[in-house]
Design a protein. Structure first.
Ligand SMILES: Nc1ncnc2c1ncn2[C@@H]1O[C@H](COP(=O)(O)OP(=O)(O)OP(=O)(O)O)[C@@H](O)[C@H]1O
Ligand SMILES: [Mg+2]
Length: 394
C-alpha cells in the first residue's frame, strides 16, 4: 500500500514542534464542536466547524458535510478541494446512500483501495474518506475528507474521521432539538403576547368604555339630584372612576399601547415612573445612544420591555431596595440593558435549584433574550444589591 497519511502526519508533527499532534488536533476538534453546541450553534454552523476540523485532522485538501434531505444530500459545508460542491447545493443520494449510509460503513478510496467504488465526486479528489453520519439511529448524512494526491488514507485517519462523523451525528440531534425548543418557545411567547394584547384591547374598548359612560351618567344625575342623595352619588362616581383607572392600569400592564405608539424609550420611562410611584422606590432611567437607532423590531422592543417589567417586579417583591437604576444603551454593535438595585441581594448560584414552577421570572428573561441571541447575566451580592445585565447583538 502507498505510504499512509498517518505516518506523514506523525513525521510532520515531530519535524515541527509547533504543529499539534493528532491527539491534540482531535481534542481541539471535539472541544470546538462542544463549545459551539453549548452556544446553541445551528446544524450548518456545526457542519462548517466539523469540515474544517476534519481537514486539519487528517491533513486533507478538502472536506465536505452533506445531510440527507429527502432523496438528495444537501451540502452544508464544503472546504478546500470540495468548495465547488457548495455551489451545487445538492448531491445525488443514490450512490452515496448505497455505499455509505445504508451499510453504515465508511468508504476509503485512493490508489490500492480494495474494491474501490466506481463512485467519484465531481472534483479533483483522488483519494479520500466518506464517513456516515448517524443521528438518533438514522442515516443523516456524510462527512467526507478529500485529497488531491492518490495515496489512500490509512486506517487510523479513517477511524478519526468516522469518530468525528459519529460525534457530528450527536451534534445534529442536539442542534435539531435545540432548534425545535427555540421555535416552540417563540410560539409560546408570541401566543402569550397575542392573548395579552387581546385582553388589553377588550378591557380598553369594552370595560373601560362602559365605566366611562357610567361616570358621565352619574355626573349628570348627580347635578340634578336632591341634596340628600348627592353625596352618595358622588361617592359611587368616585368608586367608578377609581375602577376605571384600575382597569386602565391592568390593560396597560398587559399590553402597553405606548410601546407600539411611542417606542421602547418612552414606554420604559413611563413604566419606571409609574412603578416608582406605586412601590415607593426611586428609579433612575438612563438612555444612551438610542436616538440614531430608530425603532427596533416590535418583538424586540416588547421583549426588552417585558424584561424591565420582570426585573422591577423582582426588585419590589424580593429586594427591599430603595433605589433602582435602569440603563438602556447602545454599545457598538449591541444593545445593553442593566437593571440594578441596592437591595438585600441573593445567592445567584442557587438560581438553578429554583427552576421550578414558582420561580420562572429570571428563567423567562433568559429564554426571551435567547430568542434574539441575547445573553443575560445576573449578579448579586448579599447586602449590596442585584444587577441584571442583558446584552443583545444588533
Ligand atoms: N432583585 C432581586 N433582589 C433580591 N432577590 C432577588 C432579586 N431578583 C430575584 N431574586 C431572587 O431570585 C429568585 C428567583 O427570581 P425569579 O424572578 O426567577 O422568580 P420569582 O420572582 O420568585 O417568581 P416569578 O416566577 O413570579 O418571577 C427570587 O425568588 C428571589 O429570591
Ligand atoms: Mg420574578
Amino acid at each position: 500500500l502507498p505510504a499512509s497519511r498517518d505516518r506523514t502526519h506523525v513525521e510532520l508533527a515531530s519535524q515541527d514542534a509547533e504543529l499539534p499532534s493528532p491527539i491534540e488536533q482531535e481534542t481541539r476538534a471535539y472541544h470546538a464542536l462542544l463549545s459551539a453546541l453549548t452556544r446553541g450553534a445551528s446544524v450548518s454552523e456545526l457542519s462548517t466547524l466539523a469540515a474544517d476540523r476534519a481537514m486539519r485532522l487528517v491533513a486533507a485538501d478538502g472536506a465536505l458535510v452533506a445531510r440527507v434531505d429527502g432523496s438528495a444530500l444537501s451540502v452544508l459545508a464544503a472546504h478546500g478541494l470540495a468548495a465547488p460542491l457548495a455551489a451545487d447545493g445538492g448531491l445525488p443520494r443514490d450512490e452515496i446512500s448505497r455505499a455509505v449510509l445504508e451499510r453504515n460503513q465508511p468508504i476509503v478510496f485512493g490508489d490500492g483501495a480494495p474494491g474501490a467504488p466506481e463512485w467519484r465526486l465531481p472534483v479533483a479528489a483522488h483519494a479520500g474518506i466518506v464517513a456516515p453520519i448517524y443521528a438518533e439511529g438514522r442515516p443523516s448524512g456524510a462527512l467526507a475528507v478529500l485529497c488531491s494526491d492518490a495515496a489512500m488514507p490509512g486506517s487510523a485517519d479513517c477511524a478519526r474521521v468516522c469518530k468525528l462523523a459519529e460525534f457530528l451525528g450527536l451534534g445534529f440531534a442536539l442542534a435539531d432539538a435545540h432548534h425545535a425548543r427555540t421555535r416552540l418557545l417563540e410560539r409560546v411567547f408570541s401566543a402569550q403576547e397575542e392573548e395579552r394584547r387581546y385582553i388589553a384591547r377588550e378591557l380598553h374598548d369594552g370595560t373601560s368604555q362602559s365605566l366611562m359612560s357610567l361616570v358621565v351618567r352619574l355626573r349628570a344625575i348627580e347635578s340634578t339630584a336632591a341634596p340628600a342623595t348627592q353625596q352618595a352619588l358622588h361617592d359611587v362616581r368616585q368608586l367608578a372612576k377609581a375602577t376605571l383607572e384600575e382597569v386602565g392600569r391592568i390593560a396597560h400592564g398587559l399590553h402597553p399601547v405606548i410601546l407600539d405608539e411611542l417606542g421602547l424609550e418612552q414606554a420604559v420611562r413611563r413604566h419606571a415612573a409609574e412603578f416608582a410611584a406605586s412601590h415607593g422606590l426611586k428609579i433612575d432611567v438612563h438612555m444612551h445612544g438610542l436616538r440614531g437607532l430608530g425603532r427596533l423590531p416590535q418583538s424586540v422592543e416588547l421583549m426588552l420591555y417585558r424584561i424591565v417589567q420582570e426585573a422591577l417586579r423582582n426588585v419590589a417583591r424580593h429586594a427591599e431596595a430603595s433605589t433602582v437604576s435602569v440603563l438602556l444603551e447602545r454599545a457598538r454593535d449591541y444593545l445593553r440593558l442593566i437593571v440594578e438595585d441596592d437591595g438585600k441581594g441573593f445567592a445567584v448560584e442557587q438560581l438553578d435549584q429554583l427552576a421550578d414552577v414558582p420561580h420562572l421570572g429570571l428563567h423567562g428573561i433568559r429564554e426571551r433574550a435567547a430568542q434574539w441571541k441575547g445573553v443575560v447575566t445576573v449578579e448579586s451580592e448579599p447586602g449590596v444589591g442585584t444587577t441584571v445585565y442583558v446584552e443583545l447583538p444588533l
